[in-house]
Design a protein around this ligand. Structure first.
Ligand SMILES: [Zn+2]
Length: 395
């Protein structure tokens, strides 16, 4: 009994396939409930969540010893199917019989996640969707004067007073979400200068770091006294001469996330895929075209295999779209599968120089195994294809 309680949780953490590889044969089929649990776990690992839920529910309803543990599989399957209230119910069933402190902590975190997922106030707000046509028109004007607005962490300069006010407010909201939700508890006791340039030409002329194709950039530099200067440059108007809502919803939080990560990792090598993936997660809404492209790429000859994705230090014009799509998909997958505490620990291990696969295994307290990356790849691809099918079915 004690043995099983050690085995089941790692099996459900992060990727069932990974853990199954690690503990293959560990669950001996002594009873019908063990056999059922094993089958439900196999379904879960293969991304067949409805099937896993069905099998595990049958086991959990049974009388045999240890059958109650199947509630954790029921809960996990429902959680992955985004049936949050039902998942929370199953987690509570498990919790009512579970004595293991580590499992209880894990399950309580999952219940909290289910609650957050249904809590509208915890979701990012797509501000541009709330703007009226009149407000957008106002935000498209460029004054000769420069306006400055300040808040706890930001000093915003713009040639539009309304825009300066809007950005200083949204910047605080985005920073809070990046530090609390995405990076799972990062401090940021710093001040950042945000410069909003009226158009692309002005942006390229003045921004400190302005790649030709970008509408925004960040920089973290030290002045001659060794003080860090933190800066974000943005562009107010799009090619059509109107206020670029993309800047507010995507570019601002994206570049801010890069800035926070640059300071957190310092000189430690963070995989580009994780860095870009987190920055895309910071954006105000999920771009479904990325999810679709990741699925299409994994099915076709444009696929970037996981090992190559993690080793990439830059991407070229030909594979940039697939690189970004897969990076987003992988990072969102890890973020969803790990608890906030585990995710935070993974980032800390990367900071000390661990490769990503080792950092994940350390964060999960599972033995370091060389087949881990292969198993992670299988599980991530299965989940990406499940989302791809789901979005295609909606079309
Ligand atoms: Zn980026």
């Amino acid at each position: 009994m004690a043995n099983k309680s050690i085995i089941l949780l790692p099996m459900l953490l992060l990727v069932s396939a990974v853990a199954m590889c690690l503990s293959e044969g560990a669950i001996v089929s002594e009873s019908s409930s063990d056999e059922g649990i094993q089958r439900a776990l196999s379904s879960l690992a293969a991304g067949r969540h409805e099937e896993a839920e069905r099998i595990a529910s049958r086991v959990a309803a049974g009388e045999s010893e240890g059958a109650w543990r199947a509630w954790l599989i029921v809960a996990t399957a429902r959680h992955r199917l985004e049936k949050y209230p039902q998942a929370a119910e199953a987690y509570k069933q498990f919790l009512s019989l579970c004595q293991s402190p580590s499992e209880r902590t894990y399950v309580k975190e999952q219940i909290n996640r289910c609650r957050l997922a249904t809590d509208k106030s915890a979701r990012p707000v797509v501000v541009s969707e709330l703007l009226s046509a009149k407000q957008r028109a106002k935000l498209s004007t460029v004054d000769n004067r420069k306006f400055t607005e300040s808040s706890e962490h930001f000093v915003v300069r713009s040639h539009n007073s309304e825009l300066a006010k809007l950005i200083v407010k949204q910047a605080e909201i985005a920073l809070r979400r990046i530090c609390r939700v995405i990076l799972a508890g990062q401090d940021y006791p710093h001040s950042v200068n945000i410069y909003v340039w009226s158009n692309a030409a002005q942006y390229r002329k003045h921004a400190v770091s302005a790649p030709e194709w970008s509408g925004g950039g960040f920089s973290l530099r030290q002045d001659k006294n060794g003080q860090f200067i933190r800066r974000i440059d943005l562009t107010q108007l799009g090619k059509d001469g109107l206020f670029d809502t993309n800047m507010l919803d995507r570019v601002l939080p994206h570049e801010m996330c890069h800035l926070v990560l640059a300071e957190f990792f310092g000189d430690a090598p963070c995989p580009l895929a994780l860095n870009e993936g987190l920055a895309m997660m910071a954006e105000a809404s999920v771009d479904n075209s990325r999810v679709l492209l990741a699925g299409t790429a994994l099915l076709g000859d444009k696929k970037i295999p996981l090992r190559k994705l993690l080793m990439a230090e830059r991407c070229n014009a030909e594979n940039a779209a697939v690189f970004y799509a897969e990076s987003f998909s992988l990072t969102a997958y890890l973020h969803k599968r790990m608890t906030p505490g585990q995710f935070r620990e993974m980032l800390t291990h990367i900071k000390t120089g661990c490769p990503l696969e080792e950092a994940i295994q350390r964060a999960l307290y599972v033995p370091i195994d060389e087949t881990f990356l292969k198993c992670l790849s299988t599980a991530w691809e299965a989940e990406t294809l499940r989302q791809w099918q789901f979005l295609n079915a909606l079309d």
